[in-house]
Write a new protein. Structure first.
Length: 202
């Protein structure tokens, strides 16, 4: 191509003509083949909408498929005598011989004055009555008598607790050892005695 232009310099088109032709070419191609920016963005928006609609449709279909499965499983009845196993929370066994927790100074104050407060405020329910007692306890100046009584109760509780620990086992009677454990205990005892006496154990 360059050789043609070299041999015939008159064949080279004018610069203005090239610009004009380029303008027409781009204009025609943009409108026909490539499309303008606005039309392309509209197309992408349409594609996004279609994609969202298809995804939503698929999700609805999945839900519809799951619902009959749920209803089928709910209709299944358990076999005769077979019941649903409930999770049983194991409660820690309390020692029946254990002493009760001692009352605090505030609890002693409530115990001493509850009847008097009920007579003074007959229209109050239990909650408001206890609120009133708590307010008066906070305002009460001489709490030392109640604190001393509470300390005595606590000391007595600790003494009883230690006594129960010594003489009353909290988890009932211990199971007896089986034959193998008794055999092993006797055997280890015999081995230890043989080692002390420097004799062979057979």
């Amino acid at each position: 191509m360059t050789d043609i232009f070299k041999s015939n310099p008159e064949a080279i088109p004018n610069r203005k003509y090239i610009k004009y032709e380029l303008k027409i070419f781009t204009k025609n191609n943009n409108s026909s083949t490539f499309g303008s920016f606005s039309t392309r963005s509209e197309k992408t928006d349409d594609l996004k909408k279609i994609r969202k609609e298809s995804e939503a449709k698929e999700a609805n279909e999945l839900l519809v498929e799951k619902e009959p499965h749920k209803s089928e499983t709910s209709q299944i009845e358990p076999v005769d005598g077979e019941e649903k196993k409930k999770k049983i929370k194991r409660k820690r066994r309390k020692n029946p011989m254990a002493p009760k927790q001692p009352l605090s100074a505030y609890n002693l104050f409530v115990k001493d004055n509850l009847r008097r407060y009920k007579e003074r405020y007959p229209n109050f329910n239990q909650k408001t009555l206890l609120k009133q007692i708590a307010k008066d306890w906070n305002k009460h100046k001489d709490k030392s008598a109640y604190k001393m009584r509470a300390a005595e109760y606590k000391a007595e509780y600790e003494r009883k607790k230690d006594h129960v620990k010594l003489y009353h086992k909290p988890h009932g009677v211990k199971k007896p050892e089986n034959a193998f454990i008794l055999f092993m205990q006797e055997r280890t005892k015999a081995i230890n005695e043989a080692e002390i006496n420097n004799t062979d154990f057979c």
